[in-house]
Design a protein. Structure first.
Length: 203
């Protein structure tokens, strides 16, 4: 519990509508963060104390920089990003990561965590490949990024209220959200790719 002298951590969240995003919002609000969710539809989330919403694009560096300005940290859940189906999944992820790196650097935001199934990052490492180019951009970025393997899907869609009750089906994502926010706030595992063990460890 923070006191009146402790400034609230300002968190920006892309991908708030899915179960992992709802878990992160529930944990962030429990910690009394100032949480802002980037949405296509500002009415997609119910109003809650401490929660703000903002319209923004994940695929435009200028739009990202405008959205994240003033934030302490940014979390992006790719699997929950309602991006256009006109692009291939790899292209969407590639363009979004570049936009996030450039946008956060422009806005002076130093901490980024991206959650996804990063199997797509394990292929195409030839020097001329897009993946190799992306890895070079990641390593050269001044942003303290961490790539986090996405957790297994929940048995059903979960909402913020589900994580405020003692429900067994919500516990894995609740632990994931808590560990993710610990990583974010303590700035652990910078420039690394990690997997959060829902039994308590990291790998």
């Amino acid at each position: 519990m923070r006191n009146l002298e402790t400034p609230a951590y300002k968190l920006m969240l892309y991908g708030a509508l899915g179960s992992p995003g709802q878990a992160i919002l529930a944990e962030a609000l429990h910690r009394q963060y100032e949480a802002t969710a980037v949405l296509d539809d500002l009415n997609a989330l119910r109003a809650r104390p401490g929660l703000r919403t903002k319209v923004g694009s994940l695929h435009d560096p200028i739009g990202v920089s405008q959205s994240v300005a003033g934030m302490d940290g940014v979390i992006c859940l790719f699997d929950e990003d309602p991006a256009s189906d006109a692009e291939e999944p790899f292209s969407r992820r590639f363009n979004a990561l570049i936009a996030l790196l450039d946008g956060l650097e422009t806005a002076g935001v130093g901490r980024l965590m991206v959650v996804d199934d990063f199997a797509w990052l394990d292929s195409g490492l030839a020097p001329e490949s897009p993946v190799h180019h992306l890895e070079q951009r990641l390593l050269a970025s001044p942003v303290a990024w961490t790539l986090v393997q996405a957790p297994p899907p929940a048995p059903r869609p979960l909402e913020v209220e589900d994580f405020r009750q003692a429900q067994a089906e919500a516990e894995p994502l609740q632990r994931f959200a808590g560990a993710l926010l610990d990583e974010l706030g303590l700035s652990l595992h910078r420039h690394q790719r990690i997997r959060i063990d829902l039994n308590g460890g990291k790998g």
